[in-house]
Design a protein around this ligand. Structure first.
Ligand SMILES: [Zn+2]
Length: 311
């Protein structure tokens, strides 16, 4: 059995690989068991280039470490039980592709694949911010908006392999004048179109009437910074965003009632969310009290990739 486990996070904007020394127990030593790490940009909209990048990352790492290892990949989508191919990916060039088979062929070994949100939730539930909790809901608020449910240390995949896929439910309890943007999945007003970093940028642009002047569109990070500086539009948008997220998470609590909700992705860096949301979410939770804890990820951006390595 291999001593090295490679975890790969295949994101919409970046691909990252880590090598974990599997001779030490996961999580016991924090990041100490990470032997190697590299991050590159994701080839945009090109499946073959993405395949090449993935296999090259593994081979390069193995050359540097002079050792081969197992490979687990967190993907921005899920694997169809029916066809074995990728579905529901926000990196749409992956949809319908046999990523697992194609990579197994290139790297000549079995490859474990799981939804990136499931990897994130697994790592945070087992060795991170949700450690010790019976049920953890992990949410990624990044380029897209995904979720994963871990019960007693096990990913709840579900019969359709969409357990925790909360991003494409509609955001509930919207006001009459709130704008529902179209989603790549074909529907309108999905959680993802309100809660992802890209959604924040789209709503800001819309409010600034800047949809057609691309050069002036702000990134999610800039919008958050602007709101802290008192920019009126950014401040109002972040106020609305907090309410949107509270409503979205309340709808999850009403269905699975998790002990802990861990936020991940770029938007999880907004510290105010962890105090503001628990202050208001009781309004939409069907209970006289809310004991669910909303927490920041222990491993930050590294949670998903650590989970992938241990698949
Ligand atoms: Zn959608």
């Amino acid at each position: 059995m291999s001593l090295i486990r490679f975890g790969i996070d295949l994101g919409g904007t970046k691909i990252e690989i880590i090598a974990i020394d599997a001779s030490q127990e996961a999580g016991l030593s924090g990041n100490d068991n990470v032997l190697y790490q590299k991050r590159i940009e994701t080839p945009k909209g090109d499946y073959v280039a993405t395949l090449n990048a993935l296999s090259q990352l593994v081979l390069e790492a193995e050359e540097i470490l002079s050792q081969v290892g197992s490979v687990g990949i967190g993907i921005p989508g899920s694997i169809s039980h029916k066809t074995g191919r990728i579905k529901n990916a926000n990196s749409t060039c992956l949809i319908g592709q046999d990523l697992q088979g194609d990579l197994q062929q290139r790297l000549n070994r079995p490859i474990a694949l799981a939804n990136d949100a499931n990897c994130f939730a697994l790592s945070e539930a087992v060795e991170g911010a949700g450690q010790g909790a019976e049920m953890v809901f992990g949410v990624i608020l990044g380029t897209g908006c995904g979720g994963g449910i871990v019960v007693n240390g096990q990913i709840l995949n579900g019969i359709n392999a969409i357990g925790g896929e909360w991003g494409h439910n509609p955001l509930p309890w919207l006001g009459a004048n709130e704008c529902q943007l179209p989603c790549y999945c074909g529907l309108n007003g999905c959680n993802e179109t309100f809660l992802s970093g890209s959604a924040l940028e789209a709503h800001y642009s819309m409010r600034m009437h800047l949809i057609n002047s691309v050069g002036r569109i702000k990134t999610a990070k800039q919008i958050v910074a602007l709101s802290l500086q008192g920019d009126e539009i950014a401040r109002k948008l972040m106020h609305d965003y907090t309410i949107w997220l509270a409503k979205g998470l309340a709808s999850v609590i009403n269905v699975i009632d998790p002990d802990v909700i861990v936020l991940g992705g770029g938007m999880s860096n907004i510290h105010s969310l962890y105090t503001d949301i628990p202050n208001i979410w009781a309004e939409w939770v069907f209970s006289d009290q809310v004991n669910t804890r909303l927490v920041a990820p222990k491993f930050g951006d590294a949670s998903g990739i650590r989970g992938a390595a241990w698949l």
